[in-house]
Design a protein around this ligand. Structure first.
Ligand SMILES: [Zn+2]
Length: 300
């Protein structure tokens, strides 16, 4: 019999050099990097959970498109509307049936949604925290760049030319980032109004594998802002994948803390924690999880 998986946590330290993956915004011609303030007041660099979740969603979408799995009209085009853009759902009167209808879409089921009418919300089965740079291991620099205005080269050198040079400032950051994510296979296809599963076991298993594949895809190359000229240099990646097999929440201890893997092992047992030391071993450990099946509430 296949092993069942209730929850999985992914925690690790990921080194990224010379990137600008996401930013606070642009003020004038200066782009500000994201800053996180820790509990002790220390300031450090961060990559938002919103961005990481979006990358995972997009990875799911690409795989689903290839496999021709059913998606609602909004998710077909990767619209953030999700189920709220699905007329079959929004025209339903009864919330339980509307939710069952929405759960037919793999992305709506896995990544959650908010429907205004009838009022329905689904919490994602996949969660990401901020990736937070270890305060002692991050650096930032603002680089000044100039862009030459079109047609300028043809002109004679003049005072006017100087004013046509666009000057802008771009942050470049390097750091070792603490990465945290949780996946809840037990909730795949689960209608949380009447707590029954709206899809069959094999569809749940397919979605489970799909999420794991998407973790591999997102880590293979984290996409984000400014990658056209700031393609990140990914370095070391080490950490642990922890699983629970019965109805127990999987612990998530931040890799900001030394000894985080040991703590998880103490809590749920060494046999439930698989360490990885680089990108390849991370992916191998994920592949091993594919033979398991998602936990089912109330199953004997
Ligand atoms: Zn959808």
């Amino acid at each position: 019999m296949n092993e069942t998986i209730y929850e999985i946590s992914f925690t690790g330290r990921l080194r990224i050099d010379a990137h600008s993956l996401n930013n606070e915004g642009t003020v004038g011609n200066v782009t500000e990097p994201r800053t996180i303030v820790l509990a002790n007041g220390e300031k450090t660099d961060g990559i938002s959970g919103e961005m990481l979740k979006h990358i995972h969603t997009e990875a799911v979408w690409q795989i689903v498109k290839e496999k021709k799995v059913f998606l609602c009209p909004a998710c077909q085009i990767l619209s953030p509307m999700k189920a709220d853009g699905n007329k079959t759902v929004t025209e339903m009167k009864e919330t339980k049936s509307a939710l069952n209808e929405a759960l037919k879409c793999a992305i709506c089921d896995l990544h959650g949604f908010l429907v205004q009418q009838p009022t329905l919300s689904r919490k994602s089965t996949i969660e990401f925290g901020w990736a937070i740079a270890l305060p002692s291991q991050f650096y930032r620099d603002i680089h000044v760049h100039t862009r030459v205005a079109a047609g300028e080269k043809e002109r004679e050198k003049s005072a006017k030319e100087v004013s046509e040079q666009m000057i802008y400032n771009r942050p470049t950051r390097s750091g070792v980032y603490a990465f945290v994510s949780v996946f809840q296979p037990w909730r795949i296809g689960l209608n949380e109004i009447d707590y029954t599963y709206s899809i069959d076991d094999s569809a749940r298993k397919n979605r489970y594998e799909l999420v794991l594949e998407a973790y591999k895809a997102m880590i293979a190359r984290i996409e984000g802002a400014m990658t056209t000229t700031r393609l990140p240099h990914f370095g070391e990646f080490e950490g642990a994948i922890a699983t629970t097999k019965s109805a127990t929440p999987v612990p998530v201890i931040s890799p900001l803390v030394d000894g985080y893997i040991q703590q998880v092992k103490t809590i749920i047992g060494q046999q439930n924690v698989q360490e990885f030391s680089n990108f390849a071993s991370f992916m191998q450990e994920i592949d091993k999880l594919k033979s398991a099946v998602p936990y089912k509430l109330g199953a004997p």
